[in-house]
Design a protein around this ligand. Structure first.
Ligand SMILES: Nc1ncnc2c1ncn2[C@@H]1O[C@H](COP(=O)(O)OP(=O)(O)OP(=O)(O)O)[C@@H](O)[C@H]1O
Ligand SMILES: [Mg+2]
Length: 248
């Protein structure tokens, strides 16, 4: 098992935003998290990656590759982030630094963990894998030169350049047109073949149908439904899930 979350509870100040979350993820598995806005999807990903705000209080257990992440020192987290767990953020333009060229930012994700090797060729390869054909030109560009969809693909390149065991992807295809969307979903399927895993947050049950092995449905911080993708599509139990499936 790659990831095991047990009895996870999260509070932002007085607000209880994750309530007794339990989930597991195997190597080579894609888990989709669906749920309405504010249900806590991003909060689950931030809890895993240790990116919660100061006033957050987290209880429970998150074991990743045998290591307990709840309470892990920041220094240890820095060794994991980007290298073993990476994240594609919901809002890519916030993540990219406007002052640095794309190439520098993609390479930095690699150089933080590997000394040897050619960071530039790795960066160009990661950009191409994320569906950027003019990788050399984009490498030389600043973020403000790029469309939202391109920025999103750059973030996917940054998240995948080190071939991490786990990619957390928060609505990674929303700014992309249909053909680019299927290219990114193909990238996730390729990760499965290499026995790597993805947790994908999405509102889109079409996306779920294309890549998910298993699905959890979140509502008000609780898991209200969980199952493999066929079960969920055949016999959705929760009214919210039924509604989402009707929408496609
Ligand atoms: N930094 C924060 N401080 C206080 N409350 C927060 C913070 N971030 C999120 N919340 C609250 O926690 C709850 C869960 O938020 P979260 O961002 O995890 O939801 P989400 O399912 O990702 O929503 P969306 O689909 O809109 O991205 C929401 O009620 C939100 O308002
Ligand atoms: Mg979110």
């Amino acid at each position: 098992m790659l990831l095991e979350i047990k009895g996870l509870n999260l509070w932002y100040g007085d607000r209880h935003v994750l309530k007794d979350i339990n989930l597991t993820l195997d190597r080579g598995e894609v888990l989709c998290i669906v749920g309405e806005s504010g249900s806590g999807k991003t909060s689950i990903l931030y809890s895993i990656l240790g990116l919660l705000p100061e006033m957050a209080r987290l209880e429970g257990s998150i074991r990743f590759m045998g290591k307990e992440l709840v309470g892990l020192a920041e220094r240890e987290y820095r060794r994991l982030r980007g290298r073993h767990i990476s994240m594609v953020f919901q809002e890519p333009s916030v993540y990219l630094d406007p002052l640095f060229k794309i190439g520098v930012q993609v390479e930095e994700a690699y150089k933080a963990h590997f000394r040897e090797g050619d960071a530039k060729s790795k960066a160009l390869e990661a950009l191409r894998r994320a569906g950027i054909q003019e990788a050399e030109r984009i490498y030389q560009s600043y973020p403000h030169h790029l469309s939202g969809g391109l920025k999103q693909r750059v973030c996917i390149a940054i998240a995948t350049i080190c071939d991490p065991e786990l990619v957390l992807a928060d609505e990674p295809t929303t700014a992309l047109d249909v053909s680019l969307q299927s290219l990114i979903l193909q990238l996730f399927r390729d990760m499965k073949k290499e026995n790597r895993s993805v947790i994908l947050v999405t509102h889109d049950f079409g996306v779920v149908a294309e890549v998910a092995d298993r699905v959890i449905v979140l509502k008000d911080g609780c898991i209200v439904e969980e199952g493999d993708v066929y079960e969920i599509f055949d016999k959705p139990k929760h009214p919210y899930t039924q509604e989402l499936i009707r929408a496609i």
